[in-house]
Design a protein around this ligand. Sequence first.
Ligand SMILES: [Zn+2]
Length: 313
Amino acid sequence: MPALRVLERGWLSANSIVFLDGNRLADDHLADSQPTLPGAVVVDTGYVSDAAQTVSLLRDTLNGRLLSAILNTHLHSDHCGGNAAVQAAWHCPILIPPGEADAVAAWDAGALSYDATGQECPRFAYDALLTPGDTLRLGGTNWDVHAAPGHDPHSIMLFAPEHRLLISADALWENGLGIIFPELLGRPGFGAAKEALDRIESLAPDCVIPGHGPAFVDVPQAIARARARLAGFEANPDRHAMYALKVLVQFLLLDQRTLSLAQIETLLGSADYLVQLNQRYLRQTVPMLARQACEALAKSGVAVFDGTGLRLP
Ligand SMILES: [Zn+2]
């Protein structure tokens, strides 16, 4: 197995994957005669509120090693919110998928998803790209970069053919997959998400390290569950919109721990994904929608709703 550690987090921060040794970042450095990087490589850095914890977990995992690079599967705030803090601690380069490179260079928080979700991500700069078709050497084995659009049009995943190991980001979890964000804005995304699942099926990984939750080995079952979920969303986009509403409010709750109805109404009235999913699919007044989100989160047991706001159970 490659020399890697999975720092499993929760839903506020995505998992970080640390490759301790045997790392090379560019195709032309893959020959065994080329020297490896002096230190470790981390894939994804969690949400900004957890950044100090991410740095401390990384420090423990590195056990005195340097960190030579940060890689991001995609640029949602729960995957790259710790980039700035981790880079400040180790002064290492950041590699991102190419799709949002210009938005990162200009730090266009509108084009990136942060304003539109009501989430935060401290500014960072990127140093190089992780382009589908590239091969990297991480943890002493080769990893191919594959496009994984759907959840995010620009997301990539990493596959190690020798070990049949996949880092899937939010394209596939053990029990489902991430929100198909483009659909909330009325842009196609379900088809791309299905293609990403087809791609995973054709890679036939023996083990998947997802963006959230533990690594899992029953990959065909997970693909079947994700396909069923996606088919349900496609048949009933309002259901997908309701799922997105719950996830985005829950994310803010995980960060803040309590939310008043007024805070939720502010989010629903200002964050573009939420404004648009309401206009396009759910068509409620903001106070009605806020109440509906609270009741739905309480019903699924992830929050307590007392009529005036939410708190974590
Ligand atoms: Zn994501």
